[in-house]
Design a protein around this ligand. Sequence first.
Ligand code: ATP
Length: 246
Amino acid sequence: MLEVHQLASAYGRIEVLHGIDLHVARGEIVTIVGSNGAGKTTLLRALSGVQPMRAGRIVFEGRQIEKDAAHRRVQLGLAQVPEGRHVFAPLSVQDNLLLGGWTRPAADRRREIEGVYELFPALAERRTQHAGSLSGGQQQMLAIGRALMSQPRLLLLDEPSMGLAPVLVDQIFALLPRLKARGLTVLVVEQNAYAALAAADRGYVMETGRIVASGAASELMHDPSVREAYLGLAAEPAAPLAGAVA
Ligand code: ATP
């Protein structure tokens, strides 16, 4: 569904992404984990078209899109949930959602908004409330709901767990399989590597603008260097030798 070839991006003269290659297959949940400043947000923003690229190609559903403007990429089926949610605080929950569906005909918007309220009943109860008065978890749901309103096929999620209490982090990650069941493909970047890898099918590890490891999420969770550097866990003890005497 998505193929990224040798993507490079810079802030002024300082290059922060140095030739990223990755792919996402339809129906997968893929995560990119890595520490603060690795370049995860820059990468997602380059994919959605709000961060300029210095080099590389992005192919989405067989179409080269790196020259398409951000709004065009939304129309093509790619939507981003930004880090820090960025809901429109003075607007109601309902109006935030309707804005997310601006590319869709009115009938689609009405249908889709009911789908979002079904997914997030807490938003349905608060539809007339100002978005700025919602809790952090509810704002994260609203930011995801707003992105879903454009009926994307690929959802780009940036740090959905940021600033949330552990119980809410669990709720947000429990949502990913439900989105997958609705036919969505998800690319999620996270500092909370454990929660992200536990929810994902595959993962990439990023370090200072480069992909340094990739594989099935379950394999990465058992990789000793990933466990130590990103999961805060000791490497697993080696299996005892067959026939060893205690
Ligand atoms: P975080 O989880 O903290 O958002 P990240 O992995 O998403 O980290 P980025 O935010 O993409 O990383 O940052 C990658 C690099 O680019 C860092 O060195 C950062 O300091 C730098 N950077 C990010 N935004 C800007 C900017 N607007 N101007 C200049 N440098 C920037």
